[in-house]
Design a protein. Structure first.
Length: 484
């Protein structure tokens, strides 16, 4: 029976705790595997490039399955979809822990990523469809904090498990977390369906799967294959063609898999643009700082996690505070503060030297991450609260899909820039009279890190004028505007 969540007594805190567990383990399993790659390579006697697919495959599956969440959430209800995704994630984690070869581990990690791709947009949709509007800013900040807390403790937690137990426990630990999440979802998240789609858009499903997979594989491997290589260009071309076919199909289909008409809501479109810019800049810090600490200052992966832990915790802890401020002053002031803090924290990171103190990096990473807290949650909520409840599932799927693609794009671009600038600086240093190959390599790499951080600063500054275009929310029905 179709049932509206508003017909039930809503208990916000139990719902958010139930959502927390899924969002937490979904994000945690991205950060824990990074440190384990050398250990897994040694255990399975496989190359690092092969084991790297345990991370790449997870991210590819996560990005590929995110767009279809809207349909399945409407068809079966987001509560049932969330339970299904958590159950599947738990089963895939058990399979990962029991993996007998690198190939089997990669397959099971891809399964994990597929279920994770359902969890994130499903939990976001539940927030906007179940939680009362006046409590949504605080709820979504709590949701975002869970996603930020996982990568904050992930590397340190992973290092501890690898040192004290074994790599298998990176996956066994997911089982009780997912089980607790399921036990909380069943009694506390209400069953409801705001829309029931008439049919399944199979053509849209095929085109979005091919498009997402092709683009994400190309972006993930473009640096290795070469951006002008045949495989890279072929995958980009296939991805672009099927993306255009998907867009055409979704705009002409009576019951689209992903309702792209949410872009007609200007507030949502502007906020998604702002979120996209911030996301690209965000990945510069998560990528560059660990690389610099490990490659130049020879810090161990575990110590790298400990050095960066306070900055990540500051970001996670500030997010609920930003949620409270959102209800009082609105998104625009918070967005402006966030962008300025991000720019102010990223620019000094473009002045690194080989022997820079760890405290310098930590301080500016804290400033930068506080800016992310001020920018990311208000940008997301400003757009999502303008979307009618019955379309929030499609909007959350679209938001997470774009974030996944842009995350892969950002890492690919920053990796390419880092490599090319290192070569250029190495040539310049050699021409200037430097003769020690080791010193040239270290200095060139440090200078290239500075270059990429400077580019990341410029990117985030672009978000500043966009923030001024976030309009005040008009409490008017827009469902007809989307359905038209």
């Amino acid at each position: 029976m179709q049932q509206s969540a508003s017909q039930q007594q809503i208990r916000v805190l139990p719902i958010m705790i139930a959502i927390f567990f899924g969002s937490f383990i979904s994000t945690l399993n991205i950060s824990t595997i990074n440190i384990a790659i050398p250990v897994l390579s040694e255990h399975f006697h496989a190359s690092l490039s092969t084991i790297q697919w345990t991370l790449t495959g997870f991210m590819l599956a996560m990005g590929t399955f995110a767009p279809i969440t809207g349909y399945f959430g409407e068809r079966f209800s987001y509560k049932r979809l969330y339970i299904f995704a958590l159950s599947g994630f738990m089963a895939a984690s058990i399979c990962c822990a029991l993996a007998w070869s690198p190939e089997s581990l990669i397959v099971f990690r891809i399964m994990q990523g597929a279920f994770s791709g359902l969890i994130t947009p499903a939990t976001m949709a539940i927030v906007y469809q179940v939680i009362p509007r006046e409590k949504q800013p605080m709820a979504i900040s709590f949701w975002a904090a869970s996603s930020m807390l996982a990568p904050a403790i992930g590397p340190t937690f992973s290092g501890w498990l690898l040192d004290n137990v074994s790599w298998h426990w990176l996956f066994w630990v997911n089982v009780p977390i997912a089980a607790i999440g399921i036990m909380l979802v069943i009694p506390f998240i209400p069953y409801y369906r705001l829309n029931v789609p008439k049919s399944f858009d199979f053509i849209g499903f095929i085109t979005v799967i091919i498009s997402s997979a092709s683009l994400l594989v190309a972006l993930s491997n473009g640096h290795t294959w070469g951006w002008t290589g045949g495989k890279t260009l072929a995958l980009i071309a296939i991805g672009a063609v099927f993306l255009l076919l998907f867009i055409w199909r979704e705009l002409t289909c009576e019951t689209p898999l992903l309702n792209l008409r949410v872009f007609r809501i200007s507030r949502y479109t502007i906020s998604l643009t702002l979120t996209s810019i911030v996301t690209i800049s965000l990945y510069s810090g998560t990528f560059l700082s660990p690389v610099f600490l490990q490659n130049i200052q020879h810090v161990s992966p575990l110590d790298t996690g400990l050095i960066l832990l306070p900055a990540s915790l500051a970001m996670a802890l500030m997010t609920p505070i930003v949620g409270k401020l959102f209800t009082r002053i609105g998104p625009r002031p918070l967005l402006i503060i966030g962008v300025l803090l991000m720019a102010g924290g990223t620019l000094p990171l473009s002045w690194l030297s080989v022997d820079i103190p760890h405290g310098y990096i930590l301080f500016w990473m804290i400033v930068r991450n506080l800016g992310i807290s001020f920018a990311m949650m208000p940008a997301s909520n400003a757009g999502m609260e303008a979307v009618p409840k019955q379309f929030s599932g499609h909007a959350s799927s679209l938001t997470n899909w774009i974030r996944n693609v842009l995350g892969s794009f950002a890492i690919a671009v920053f990796t390419t820039l880092l490599s090319s600038r290192t070569v250029d600086h190495g040539k310049d240093l050699a021409k200037a009279g430097a003769s020690d190959p080791t010193s040239i390599k270290i200095m060139a790499f440090t200078m290239s890190v500075n270059d990429v951080y400077l580019i990341a600063t410029i990117i985030v500054i672009v978000a500043l004028p966009v923030a001024f275009f976030i309009p005040k929310l008009k409490r008017e029905p827009v469902a007809e505007k989307i359905a038209a």
